[in-house]
Write a protein that binds this ligand. Structure first.
Ligand code: C2E
Ligand code: MG
Ligand code: MG
Ligand code: MG
Length: 285
């Protein structure tokens, strides 16, 4: 900050920025050993059908139990892992764990409907040549059908994507893997562009959900969500909303036609056992 404000004449010390840089550096160099030592773990957040309230799946969200800093959220280390390339083996690990979890869930809840696991993909994983092969192998090893997996890619990662970038996603989509466009509505992408992408799910960004919090909600916000939902449905896309924190938001989004929801109102991300408990609640009404 001091640098940009004062041109190149002064360099004021900013101890906080220094500390952040040191931590960042320390975390970056610790990443590979952390993966070896098993310091990462995954929390699962249920995806709930807005029509009947049933749990239809869960999103896998990675965390790092750092020996000194405690539990770190993905925003603290995913960018670092992307920068060093460690995101490729880390992402593969997340995928493997999550797919196995989906299998365990199905085995324990044989009477429940189809259950899908959502896994986030970084742009670096998209350009990695092993993506399709790794995914196929992981599914086969776990005995899980491709249609039980949904890969989430952010809208910004696909903006201006050329055919080379879309090819692996197309392959996966042809196999039956669902592709979701994550954080939709934040990336200023051309809506017409959606037709070109091999996606079957739109995940509406939390900012839309937040605007439903005010009562009465801004009529323009309502119109925008309504428009996105109807466009999505006309393109055969399913709409999931993230960041639902209140019953009023859930109700509003349901009325607007959204299909699935995710958020603290239903459950915070948690250990896999919690998903089993939720399923039991469902089954017994
Ligand atoms: P995302 O994929 O958009 O995930 C949703 C984020 O919203 C999660 O944050 C989740 O904990 C949070 N969230 C869920 N419900 C609510 C709510 O009701 N209110 C609020 N305020 N927040 C809610 P989290 O776990 O910190 O993850 C942040 C981001 O890190 C994710 O955003 C995703 O982009 C990335 N990420 C997480 N796991 C992975 C991973 O395994 N691989 C990659 N490449 N990225 C990951
Ligand atoms: Mg996501
Ligand atoms: Mg999201
Ligand atoms: Mg988000």
């Amino acid at each position: 900050r001091a640098k940009s404000a004062g041109g190149n004449r002064f360099e004021l010390a900013d101890p906080e920025a220094d500390a952040r840089a040191i931590t960042r550096h320390g975390l970056t160099t610790a990443l590979p050993a952390a993966l070896e030592r098993g310091e990462f773990f995954i929390e699962y957040q249920p995806l709930v059908h807005l029509g009947d309230g049933s749990v239809r799946g869960a999103e896998a969200l990675v965390r790092w139990l750092h020996p000194q800093h405690g539990v770190l959220g993905p925003d603290r280390f995913i960018p670092l892992a992307e920068h060093t390339g460690l995101i490729v083996p880390l992402g593969r690990w997340v995928l493997e764990q999550s797919v196995r979890q989906a299998r365990a869930w199905r085995e324990r809840n044989a009477d429940a409907g189809p259950f899908r696991i959502n896994v986030n993909l970084s742009p670096c994983q998209l350009t990695h040549p092993g993506l399709v092969q790794d995914t196929v192998e992981i599914l086969e090893r776990a005995g899980v059908q491709p249609d039980a997996l949904c890969l989430e890619v952010t809208e910004s990662a696909l903006i201006g994507a050329d055919d080379d970038l879309l090819k692996p996603l197309r392959r996966l989509a042809e196999m039956g893997v669902d592709i979701a466009l994550d954080d939709f509505g934040t990336g200023y992408s051309n809506l017409a562009n959606l037709r070109r992408l091999p996606v079957s799910i739109l995940k509406l960004d939390r900012s839309f959900t937040q605007s439903m919090q005010r009562f009465p909600a801004d009529p323009v916000d309502l119109k925008i969500v309504e428009g996105i939902v109807s466009l999505a449905h006309s393109l055969d896309l399913t709409v999931t909303v993230e960041g639902v924190e209140t019953g009023a938001q859930a109700e509003q989004l349901r009325i607007l036609g959204c299909d699935t929801a995710q958020g603290w109102y239903y459950a915070r991300p948690g250990p896999p056992e919690r998903l089993h408990e939720l399923a039991l609640v469902d089954a017994t009404g």
